[in-house]
Design a binder for this molecule. Structure first.
Ligand code: HEC
Ligand code: HEC
Length: 442
């Protein structure tokens, strides 16, 4: 049936096939060995990124109820209560949605108006020394004051909020148990319905008509309310993800199926060639610092003389940390201010903060990558809709956009990018708190 030529041809094909199978086997074995064996240095980096290395959050001496569980329970209620807004519709949880790892899925957040930037996750946030993308607050409680009176977020005012606490029997009781007596807010001549130093003209003039003592007392209620919210936020810590399971087993010298080969290869890139770990460092995958990663800024294109723009009060584009650190230092609500519970010696961070450091131009806070699958869109303006767009940005990072871009082009292959992305999806885990504290109270 077969002539010699045909037999030779079949043999040759068999030979090729056998070679192919050998190559496949060799590659797979080599690949598996390569991706599951870690050297000493890599193991120490894995341990550093592991959730088991996450300590309790550092104390906040500026907030004497930071670790008071009654304050946290009270703060939990305030966090979800939309009465604390101008139209009764916006609470912290409107934008910090628990199911989305406390983000909202929007490029720019929507409260009573639209914000300038996107909503970051607040999982693990108590480990941060600075808050907001530009770090313009130095404590969690000082941070919370800002959305409450912002005319695009909650839109209400501190006088209105003090009345809500005073008039709600449950809130009043909780407040007084934690912070002591409320001022006599039933006296409407002294304490009008709406008043604030930074509200609309009417609210401002009512505020200015109050005595200084009454104004301070109301501001103190406002601050205490935020200190309770901060105590709640301090509980929002991540639990172990598949990545952590894998590291726990690997550190014990055990094999683990928690990550696929692609995810392991992505992890290797993350801590190696792709250099992600230089900034996304530690168990929360952030070094808590501010860096310039050449984030696209639509406004920078419109600016004729971008360099001059940061000298103005209102820069044309987002200068990030450069402005944020100045604002934190100027704030009456910082660690050194009269509403802080800290001693001056606790406030070195704000006291000695460098406000003239040009490298902070266009630098933004390094966000956590925990639960990154749930927090799209990405970057401070939601510039990137998907993780693959983010990775594309890192791979061929642009020239300087605002200030100096710290990144260098990575030139990873498509396969490597896919592995890196696969790895990022392994960082998902629910917050490590009870279901009761994770959703709106009954
Ligand atoms: C309208 C949507 C919206 C509301 C309401 C809102 N936030 Fe935010 N939140 C944001 C946005 C947007 C940012 C980032 C703004 C920036 O950096 O300029 C942010 C930033 C934060 C941060 C800083 C996180 C970090 O890593 O630095 C914390 C903490 C936070 N919000 C808590 C709260 C609390 C507490 C409340 C309620 C009192 C609240 N937010 C209400 C949208 C909102
Ligand atoms: C030089 C420091 C630095 C390096 C290196 C770095 N990042 Fe980032 N990363 C940042 C900063 C800063 C932001 C926020 C940028 C912004 O919003 O303007 C960010 C944002 C992100 C985000 C979006 C997070 C969010 O919630 O919006 C992801 C995802 C991310 N980085 C992944 C990576 C990966 C993967 C690598 C390695 C390829 C990497 N990063 C390398 C500093 C860095």
């Amino acid at each position: 049936m077969f002539n010699t030529r045909m037999i030779r041809l079949i043999s040759f094909h068999r030979y090729l096939y056998a070679l192919f199978v050998c190559w496949l086997l060799f590659n797979n074995v080599a690949y598996a060995a390569d991706s599951s064996e870690w050297d000493e240095v890599e193991l120490s980096i894995l341990k550093m990124q592991w959730i088991g290395s996450l300590p309790a959050p550092p104390p906040d001496p500026s907030n004497q109820v930071a670790d008071n569980i009654d304050a946290a329970r009270f703060g939990h209620k305030l966090f979800f209560d939309s009465r604390f807004s101008s139209g009764g519709k916006v609470s912290c949880a409107t934008c910090h949605v628990p199911e989305k790892s406390f983000t909202d899925g929007l490029a720019k957040a929507e409260g009573v108006g639209t914000t300038m930037r996107g909503t970051p996750s607040i999982i693990g946030v108590a480990h941060s020394p600075w808050f907001f993308w530009d770090g313009r607050s130095d404590s969690l409680w000082a941070q919370a004051l800002s959305p409450l009176e912002s005319d695009v977020e909650h839109g209400g005012n501190r006088m209105q909020y003090a009345h809500i606490i005073y008039n709600d029997a449950d809130y009043r009781k909780s407040y007084q148990n934690i912070f002591g007596p409320l001022p006599n807010l039933g006296d409407h001549d002294r304490f009008p319905k709406n008043a604030a130093p930074n509200g609309n003209a009417d609210a401002k003039s009512r505020w200015n008509a109050m005595t200084e003592t009454d104004r301070n007392d109301v501001t103190r209620v406002f601050v205490n309310m935020s200190k309770a919210i901060a105590a709640y936020e301090r509980l929002l810590m991540p639990s172990a993800s598949r990545f952590d399971e894998y590291v726990a087993a690997t550190l014990q010298g055990d094999n683990s199926n928690a990550l696929t080969n692609d995810e392991i290869a992505g992890l290797k890139l993350f801590i190696g060639k792709a250099m992600c770990v230089t900034c996304h460092q530690g168990p929360l995958f952030t070094n808590h610092g501010f860096h310039n990663v050449g984030a696209p800024d639509p406004a920078s294109k419109k600016s004729w003389i971008p360099f001059l723009s940061f000298f103005k009060d209102k820069p044309l584009f987002d200068v990030g940390r450069y402005k944020g650190v100045k604002e934190a230092q100027a704030s009456e609500f910082n660690c050194l201010g009269e509403y802080s519970d800290a001693n001056e010696s606790d406030c070195a961070e704000i006291k000695f903060a460098n406000t003239k450091y040009l490298a902070t131009l266009g630098a933004f806070k390094v966000p956590t990558l925990r639960n990154i699958s749930a927090t799209a869109p990405y970057f401070h303006f939601g510039q990137f809709a998907t993780l693959s767009e983010v990775l594309d940005h890192y791979n061929k990072t642009p020239e300087d956009v605002v200030g100096h871009n710290e990144l260098t082009e990575l030139k990873l292959s498509n396969n490597e990018l896919a592995q890196l992305e696969a790895f990022l999806h392994s960082l998902t885990s629910p917050p490590a708190i009870t279901a009761e504290l994770l959703s709106a109270p009954d």
